[in-house]
Design a protein around this ligand. Structure first.
Ligand code: PEP
Length: 257
């Protein structure tokens, strides 16, 4: 299975970036050995889908509501994202957990809504620095995984998991490659335990200060099925350089070591 490189623009981006990114992606995506997903702010989904045209790149949202519709000012339903051309949605990002107090139970409900609407959820998990220093990183991530994924998560089309240590996001710091490999191995084991063979095929992405300079080393690690990229996804050349570092030669399914 090909690695997946996902860009999370967060609350950044303009129509001008949409045009530049779409132009660069359109000219280079076909030569890449990975799949691309761009997650702009909701207001830019429609223009990005239009600008990408037939380019081999998908578009995703950064959040959706768990409810189908109704009196929920400011919220966006999963079906609305789907209707305007999104195929994916990031859920449970640590910034939403922190800024909006999102619980694992709420994230689980959002994942179910996304799947029901035909979106592929990208579920983020990751420990904060205090948990890492206290030796509790794996316990925190295991707890988030168990409570954020609904029972049908591995049913085709399966969702994606992104391991994003909070302290590595936007900080320029990353865990050691050994620590990333260990966490991805633990996540894989938990997915297999819970979902059986189907859990072995769920892509596990790494996120947190992925840049052109470290992408090749991170993407070469066992059980790393791609990357969730924040800051560097706002610079088309950097995003595509990360994508170019995806590991075609490994030719392994996410999950195969
Ligand atoms: C993110 O927020 O998902 C992220 C990985 O950000 P950055 O790449 O900037 O660390």
């Amino acid at each position: 299975m090909r690695q997946i490189i996902i860009g999370n623009w967060k609350m950044n981006g303009t129509k001008a970036l949409v045009e530049t990114m779409a132009r660069e992606v359109s000219s280079r995506a076909a030569s890449l050995a990975c799949d691309l997903v761009l997650c702009p702010p909701a207001t830019l989904i429609v223009p990005l889908v239009a600008a990408l045209g037939g380019a081999p790149a998908k578009v995703g949202g950064q959040d959706c509501d768990a409810r189908a519709s109704g009196a929920h000012t400011g919220d966006i339903a999963a079906t609305m994202l789907r209707e305007v051309g999104a195929s994916h949605v990031i859920l449970g990002h640590s910034e939403r957990r922190a800024d909006h107090g999102e619980s694992d139970a709420l994230i689980c409900a959002k994942v179910a809504a996304a799947r029901a609407a035909g979106l592929t959820p990208i579920v983020c998990v990751g420990e904060d620095e205090a948990a890492r220093q206290a030796g509790r990183a794996e316990a925190v991530v295991m707890g988030q995984l168990a409570a954020s994924l609904p029972a049908d998560f591995a049913d085709p089309p399966a969702g994606l998991v992104a391991y994003e240590p909070i302290w590595a996001i936007g900080s320029g710091r990353t865990p050691t490659t050994d620590d990333i490999a260990a966490m991805h191995g633990a996540i894989r084991a938990a997915l297999r335990d819970r979902f059986g063979a189907a859990g072995g095929a769920i892509a596990i992405l790494y996120g947190g200060s992925v840049k052109p300079g470290n992408a090749a080393a991170l993407l070469a690690l066992a059980e790393v099925g791609g990357a969730l990229v924040g800051g560097a996804s706002l610079v088309p050349g950097d995003f595509l350089a990360i994508a170019a570092a995806a590991a075609p030669a490994l030719g392994r399914a996410p999950g195969a070591s």
